[in-house]
Design a binder for this molecule. Structure first.
Ligand code: NAP
Length: 300
């Protein structure tokens, strides 16, 4: 893809230019081999005004259907609970053969909600993607062009998706700097439940627990937050709407991982109670080994 003379897409539309959407736009602005024309569309007038001010799209549209009409590819970058609703707005007007993608953090419920639309508009190729990259910030100011560099992007195309559409979305994410892997929606949701959703659940919970113990801990939390707690507060600063949608849409996998975690935490608690040094040390060693392998894989 490096010596291509024709852009990968003529018109690429981003609906919801927040952290993820604006990062795609910024990369697209930096590398015009991605798309000749970049269009941004958002429900919020403030976001639209800011995107125009930042100059990270060639065109800013108010109406998703107007934005999508000439698109070769539309990527929906809104919270999980709104993805199918936005798809229902754009699919009726999209060109035959155009690609529809989305970047939601949960895939099973999105795919379920998309089924009737996919049946009604079989000429549109649906290639869901999930870039495993982000920060605790949201909105168009939070994005940056290198957000996806060296990160994984997981594709979960439904069966019978035309291969060329998967190839183009793969090429898009590689041009974003990401590594790409395809998997089923179920596998995706279980993997993300453990690597992302459970850690966020723990972070939100531990901050609440510390706050509930305010008399004993709050001043200490604020004074001494340089310890492990600080990392939890960074994660816990994430957007409430986005995380509400993720938790409710990945309910089963997340609750399953939570049960396993509680059992493992209780085992660690018992080891501490009974002074079982072997169990304690082996748990800590496993944690260290995982951290080392993340660093080696440039994912830390
Ligand atoms: P974000 O910064 O909050 O951006 C979402 C944007 O979508 C906001 O500008 C929002 O406007 C807009 N929006 C909401 N509903 C809309 C609608 N119906 N039509 C048009 N625009 C709408 O969120 P984000 O962090 O980029 O996340 C976007 C998606 O990426 C989510 O599905 C999330 O699960 C997924 N994701 C996030 C991360 C991460 O770490 N943040 C990582 C990977 C994937 P308002 O602000 O006015 O609501």
């Amino acid at each position: 893809m490096t010596d291509q003379t024709v852009p990968l897409f003529d018109t690429l539309v981003i609906i919801g230019p927040g952290l993820i959407g604006s990062s795609i736009l910024r990369r697209g602005m930096d590398d015009r081999r991605i798309a000749r024309r970049l269009v941004a569309c958002d429900i919020s007038p403030e976001v639209r005004a800011r995107v125009a001010e930042l100059g990270i799209a060639d065109v800013v549209e108010t109406d998703p259907a107007t934005a999508a009409r000439d698109a070769d590819c539309v990527i929906i970058c809104v919270p999980v609970g709104a993805i199918a609703m936005v798809a229902a707005q754009v699919m009726p007007v999209m060109k035959k053969g155009a690609i529809l993608s989305e970047v939601g953090s949960v895939k099973v419920t999105v795919m379920e909600a998309m089924q009737p639309l996919l049946a009604r508009y079989p000429d549109i190729a649906f290639v869901p993607a999930h870039p495993m990259a982000g920060t605790e910030f949201s909105g168009p100011d939070a994005g940056f062009a290198t957000l996806f560099e060296d990160r994984w992007c997981l594709l979960t195309p439904p069966e019978h998706t035309p291969e060329p559409a998967i190839t183009r979305i793969t090429a898009l994410w590689k041009m974003m700097g990401a590594r790409v892997r395809c998997m089923s929606v179920d596998h995706h949701d279980r993997v993300c439940a453990i690597v992302s959703h459970l850690p966020h659940l723990l972070a939100f919970t531990i901050c609440g627990t510390a706050d509930d113990l305010a008399d004993e801990t709050r001043s200490e939390v604020l004074d001494f937050a340089a310890s492990g707690f600080r990392d939890f507060t960074r994660i816990a600063a994430s957007d409430p709407t986005m995380w509400r949608d993720i938790f409710l849409n990945n309910r089963e996998a997340l609750l399953d991982m939570l049960d396993r975690f509680i059992a493992d935490a209780q085992e660690m608690g018992n080891a501490i109670r009974t002074g079982n040094e072997d169990v304690i040390v082996s748990r800590i060693q496993r944690g260290r080994a995982i951290r080392r392998s993340l660093i080696e894989n440039r994912q830390a």
